[in-house]
Write a protein that binds this ligand. Structure first.
Ligand code: SPV
Ligand code: MG
Length: 569
């Protein structure tokens, strides 16, 4: 006997399982299936095993049950069925798909697929379904079928794998005696069970067969035409296994036909809503809850899937002549450009989905693994308009960045770990030092927050306040003495935050096209801070994520030269 260990243990387990059922139960109840789904329903209905029915699988494919489907096609479905259920699967292998040589391959393949048992009938190849009338019905000789049974028994690797021999003698009208003679010969050849098939509308002939059966080999009945006969009656008649072979597919035909007919007539889905499975029932069958928990366990978490948009479109005259051939973000600071430094910090925090909005000297920004958006009116519009060139990105948690700030990883981590759908990073150190930089083109973007730490222990207190603290005002026109910090040009929007941002933006775009918008003369010149103020004015909270230093801004040439002195290569 070849080495068992090299074969799937599951196959072994399922064959074992079926053998145990045969030993422990007085009758084993089996139902036919044609798919993973129908097999799951068989299992749900508490049948002991699934019959991977040739009739059902052929019907599902819309072809007669007449060896039209190949072994590979039937095997594929049997495999899917077996994968879908924990109970054993008995596969209908028709006549073994040819002669004994084909049977050997069938045994090998079905065993590999984890099937517990196969059934081989003594019809010729190609066969005809036992119930079709007016078609040629031929059987192989007893000798040939014995050869198939012997070949199958020899080919099996797992001694528990079962070979069921089926005789069509009663179907062919060859009488009880021939049926008994054949069945006895098959049992003698090593069959693990005998399926005696009948198309009579009464169970009398199979019952007579069973009462004449003196062999210990267990008997199997398929009460399709003699459907009034119960499992109990068949058990009492001596049957060990009863297969309800094709009821699932027939039930589905009727249900689908009636539903579709009603649907067509009513032309409204509500006409069938109560007579079909609910979506929740479908979700339960396909294991949606497992998908959810697997997603939680194995997929990168929100923080890792966040996107970032860096706005680097602008032209800043005060950086001439340094920027005559490149945008400011491509200025080098000790061997790395500002943008490269930003991207490295983002990637360090697992933010790998990065977009840059380009404008001035767009072609010079050509960094790898980054998506680009172009702002054609970069020299007329202001930063908000640039940001919205990347509106496509505003569908998931999103980090917004000015292209001229450099920051420690901890700043970003603090922002990502904070609460709130919209969050701005506010530097408190400004309270002591004043704004980080004096841009001759504009004033710093100041912030008024809902809570202010006492001056004495500002840093410690700001950590305590961070959960609840909100931005009340943000903009360039705020009174310096009334402000509590500086917006550093870094913000976060949750999915809902993105939705709010887009909604308020488009609403304001319509409303303020001509007139002044927040601190800008018109909407095209709106700043990012102006947009944040508009969001606040519309009643949406913005969280102030407070930091104390940990970043620098390259707003002036002086900032730039200072950065070259203090930053490592
Ligand atoms: C099948 O289900 O394919 C069978 C049983 O072989 S029967 O259709 O009753 O012949
Ligand atoms: Mg069949």
């Amino acid at each position: 006997m070849p080495e068992l260990a090299s074969y799937p243990t599951k196959a072994k387990a399922k064959a074992n399982q079926l053998r145990s059922l045969l030993l422990e139960k007085d009758v084993v109840a089996v139902a036919g299936a044609h798919s993973a789904l129908s097999a799951k329903l068989v299992q749900e209905a508490r049948f002991d095993a699934v019959w991977a029915s040739g009739f059902e699988i052929s019907t599902l494919r819309g072809v007669p049950d007449a060896n039209i489907l190949s072994m590979a096609e039937l095997l594929e479905v049997a495999h899917q069925i077996n994968e879908a259920v924990a109970i054993p699967v008995i596969a209908d292998c028709d006549n073994g798909f040819g002669n004994a040589i084909n049977v050997i391959r069938a045994v090998n393949e079905y065993e590999k697929a984890g099937i517990a048992a196969i059934c081989i009938e003594d019809s010729v190849f190609p066969k005809r379904c036992s119930f079709y009338s007016g078609v040629r019905r031929e059987m192989v000789t007893t000798e040939e079928h014995i050869g198939k049974i012997r070949a199958a028994k020899k080919a099996q690797k797992d001694p528990n794998f079962l070979i069921i021999a089926r005789t069509e003698a009663l179907i062919a009208g060859w009488g009880l005696e021939e049926a008994l003679r054949r069945a006895t010969a098959y049992a003698k050849a090593g069959a693990d069970a005998i399926l005696i098939h009948s198309k009579s509308d009464s169970a009398d002939e199979v019952k007579t067969f069973a009462s004449s059966w003196e062999n210990p080999c267990p008997l199997i009945a398929v009460p399709t035409t003699y459907h009034t006969t119960t499992l109990e009656e068949l058990r009492d008649a001596g049957f060990k296994v009863v297969i309800f072979a094709n009821h699932a597919v027939r039930a589905s035909i009727k249900a689908m036909r009636e539903t579709l007919k009603t649907l067509r007539k009513a032309e409204s889905a509500s006409a069938v809503e109560n007579s079909i499975a609910s979506l929740e029932e479908v979700y339960a069958l396909i294991g949606l809850s497992e998908l959810r928990s697997d997603e939680k366990e194995f997929l990168p978490q929100e923080t890792k899937r966040q996107k970032a948009v860096i706005v680097a479109a602008g032209f800043e005259r005060n950086f001439l002549p340094l920027i005559h051939d490149r945008p400011k973000g491509m200025l080098e600071i000790n061997g790395k450009t500002i943008l490269e430094r930003q991207i490295a910090t983002l990637r360090n925090c697992q933010i790998n989905d990065i977009s840059i909005v380009r404008g001035y000297k767009a072609e010079v920004i050509n960094l790898p693994d980054v998506r680009y958006y172009e702002h054609p009116r970069y020299d007329q519009d202001y930063i908000l308009s640039s940001f919205f060139q990347a509106e496509k990105e505003m569908d998931a948690p999103l980090l917004f960045l000015y292209s001229d700030i450099l920051f420690e990883k901890g700043v970003l981590e603090k922002l990502l770990g904070a609460e709130g759908d919209i969050r701005l990073v506010i530097d408190r150190s400004w309270l002591e030092h004043g704004p980080t930089s004096q841009n001759p083109n504009g004033k710093p973007e100041l912030v008024v927050t809902s809570q202010v730490p006492p001056k004495s222990h500002r840093f410690i207190s700001s950590m305590e306040l961070e959960e609840k603290n909100q931005v009340l005002k943000v903009g360039r026109d705020l009174d310096l003495s009334q402000s509590h910090g500086e917006f550093i040009g870094m913000a976060f929007f949750s999915k809902e935050g993105c939705r709010i941002l887009r909604e308020i933006y488009h609403q304001a775009e319509k409303k303020y096209r001509e007139g002044p918008f927040q601190d800008a003369t018109d909407f095209a010149h709106a700043s990012f801070a102006g947009m944040m103020q508009e969001i606040i004015d519309n009643g949406f909270p913005i969280t102030a994520v407070e930091i104390y230093k940990g970043w620098i801004e390259i707003d002036t040439l002086e900032d730039y030269y200072r950065a070259r002195k203090i930053l490592n290569p």
